[in-house]
Ligand binder design. Structure first.
Ligand SMILES: *[C@@H]1O[C@H](CO)[C@@H](O)[C@H](O)[C@H]1NC(C)=O
Ligand SMILES: *[C@@H]1O[C@H](CO)[C@@H](O)[C@H](O)[C@H]1NC(C)=O
Ligand SMILES: *[C@@H]1O[C@H](CO)[C@@H](O)[C@H](O)[C@H]1NC(C)=O
Ligand SMILES: *[C@@H]1O[C@H](CO)[C@@H](O)[C@H](O)[C@H]1NC(C)=O
Ligand SMILES: *[C@@H]1O[C@H](CO)[C@@H](O)[C@H](O)[C@H]1NC(C)=O
Ligand SMILES: *[C@@H]1O[C@H](CO)[C@@H](O)[C@H](O)[C@H]1NC(C)=O
Ligand SMILES: *[C@@H]1O[C@H](CO)[C@@H](O)[C@H](O)[C@H]1NC(C)=O
Ligand SMILES: *[C@@H]1O[C@H](CO)[C@@H](O)[C@H](O)[C@H]1NC(C)=O
Ligand SMILES: *[C@@H]1O[C@H](CO)[C@@H](O)[C@H](O)[C@H]1NC(C)=O
Ligand SMILES: *[C@@H]1O[C@H](CO)[C@@H](O)[C@H](O)[C@H]1NC(C)=O
Ligand SMILES: *[C@@H]1O[C@H](CO)[C@@H](O)[C@H](O)[C@H]1NC(C)=O
Length: 409
């Protein structure tokens, strides 16, 4: 009897899971069937005298094209351009791009088709000695900062070898000039459709986004208590507002023990109109290249702070040109890897962190089928039992009452 009940329960559970998986798009989030035709093209410096190249991800939809442009020029920068035609092209004036003044050397044509553009710059890596390593946060907090690594001064390797046109991935690695060991890498991935990255933190992505995985590998720490932080800059029009949001999620299935999603979103000023662009990440980094659960370490981020002037650097200067100073504003956020109580960087000498950058609204996690199934079984089974129990009791009462009825004649 018990076995039968158990089997019934399992059956009901599987049934609920199927039902819920089928119904998931109606719960919000869920899947998005929008697909784009995505191509990856590496444009190397034609003179061949530098390793500078511009990686161009072209994502063509029914009516529009998204251009994601990625380069180490200046500082590693991802430029996102939304155009309302499937036929827009990117033009690069290499002579000007590599001259001291890159202003206006990268254009998207026809210019009238450009609907929106924004840039994300990875400018600095901070290293600090976390002297307060104790779970007791109230203890006098002393973080002493070392001079930061400026990614502007790094030498970057040639990305050509790392390009994978079928997987839509590429990698950019560099090191500080004076440094003979250790490097930082950015792995970029583009996507044709909605999905989830196979590697932790298993970020959700759509065809309107690109993912960057940031890796610090073998950089010798300047203290035994060193932790690192990455400075991320966002450049957007002055008519737009960049704000930071942290959403709670109970969906723990894909990223164990992480219950939050953080993001920077750009919206029209004074309006709750749809989101224009975003950088979205889970506040977790990993201490090994193929992590197990114990290798995850939480991240924090600073409040998003406006800068006085957007930096005149790289692809941002090349695309926004002279308008950069008047028409655009920049804001910065520091993402620091590891919190007090967690092992220091010296434990493994490795850190990886992933971030999704895209146009339009960020993909949102909905409850996973597993969580919904558990909820359904947890809440549904007692309700079902009550119902069945109630029906039985009623039935029995009716049966007992029946003989009492006197035939009406
Ligand atoms: C193209 O855009 C028009 C109006 O902007 C819209 O009505 C139409 O559905 C779009 N087509 C596709 C394939 O997205
Ligand atoms: C950079 O180039 C732009 C366009 O060619 C020009 O308008 C601007 O004056 C130049 N800036 C400097 C500092 O040379
Ligand atoms: C270009 O990249 C190669 C490795 O890919 C590296 O050995 C070389 O130093 C780089 N050159 C420059 C000018 O950065
Ligand atoms: C890039 O790599 C491919 C093969 O991996 C090679 O055929 C091509 O010549 C390389 N291009 C440059 C500019 O180095
Ligand atoms: C490109 O990526 C695919 C899928 O990840 C892989 O099977 C293939 O070997 C990769 N190609 C190269 C040249 O690395
Ligand atoms: C990076 O290299 C530059 C140039 O060699 C050097 O001046 C600077 O101190 C180095 N930065 C760090 C953080 O080691
Ligand atoms: C991606 O962009 C297309 C076209 O603007 C839109 O129809 C689709 O809903 C977007 N997908 C997501 C997940 O935002
Ligand atoms: C780090 O710790 C090791 C062993 O615990 C010690 O030998 C080394 O001197 C320390 N390094 C620094 C920079 O404190
Ligand atoms: C890392 O630093 C800590 C704190 O100083 C020290 O106890 C530990 O031995 C170091 N670990 C390694 C692998 O050097
Ligand atoms: C937004 O509101 C502020 C004050 O509430 C105002 O100064 C600013 O001009 C408004 N911006 C736009 C784009 O309407
Ligand atoms: C990032 O951290 C550094 C070092 O503490 C600080 O100087 C800088 O202002 C921070 N930036 C932001 C946006 O908080």
């Amino acid at each position: 009897m018990k076995l039968l009940a158990g089997l019934l329960r399992l059956d009901a559970f599987l049934y609920f899971i199927n039902l819920i998986t089928a119904a998931q798009p109606f719960f919000g989030g869920g899947t998005d069937s929008y697909r784009r035709k995505v191509s990856l093209e590496l444009n190397p410096d034609p003179s061949g005298s530098s390793n500078v190249s511009v990686l161009h991800v072209r994502a063509v939809g029914g009516n529009d094209t998204l251009h994601f442009l990625w380069s180490s020029l200046g500082v590693p920068t991802l430029l996102l351009v939304h155009t309302d035609s499937p036929e827009t092209r990117v033009q690069i004036d290499w002579a000007r791009l590599l001259s001291g003044n890159a202003s206006g050397s990268l254009t998207v044509e026809p210019a009238s088709a450009v609907q929106y553009s924004t840039a994300f710059l990875f400018s600095k890596i901070w290293e600090y000695s976390d002297g307060r390593n104790s779970a007791d946060q109230s203890q006098a907090a002393v973080d002493s900062y070392f001079p930061p690594y400026s990614l502007e001064e790094f030498t970057w390797e040639d990305s050509n070898r790392t390009l994978n046109r079928s997987a839509l991935t590429a990698q950019l690695c560099g090191r500080n000039q004076s440094q003979h060991s250790g490097r930082v890498c950015f792995q970029i991935s583009a996507f044709e459709s909605w999905g989830r990255d196979p590697a932790w933190p298993r970020l959700l992505h759509s065809s309107n986004s690109s993912q960057l995985r940031f890796v610090i590998e073998g950089v010798p720490p300047r203290s035994n208590r060193s932790r690192f932080a990455l400075e991320l800059l966002s450049i957007d029009s002055r008519d737009h507002e960049v704000r930071e949001e942290t959403r709670r999620s109970i969906d723990d299935e894909y990223t164990p023990s992480i219950f939050q999603v953080s993001r920077l979103v750009s919206v029209h000023a004074n309006s709750s109109a749809p989101v224009l662009s975003y950088a979205q990440w889970k506040p977790v980094a990993y201490r090994t290249a193929s992590p197990v659960f114990e290798d995850s370490t939480p991240c924090r981020h600073s409040p998003c702070t406006p800068l006085l002037q957007p930096p005149r650097l790289g692809l941002a200067l090349a695309f926004f040109g002279g308008a950069l100073d008047q028409g655009y504003r920049a804001s910065a956020v520091n993402i620091s890897f590891g919190v007090p109580g967690e092992p220091y960087y010296n434990a493994t000498g490795y850190l990886s962190w992933s971030c999704l950058l895209g146009l339009g609204s960020p993909p949102e996690d909905s409850f996973s089928p597993l969580v919904l199934g558990i909820m359904a079984v947890g809440l549904g089974t007692p309700a079902l039992l009550l119902l069945v129990g109630g029906a039985c009791v009623c039935g029995q009462r009716l049966r007992r009452q029946q003989p009492g009825y006197a035939p009406i004649s």
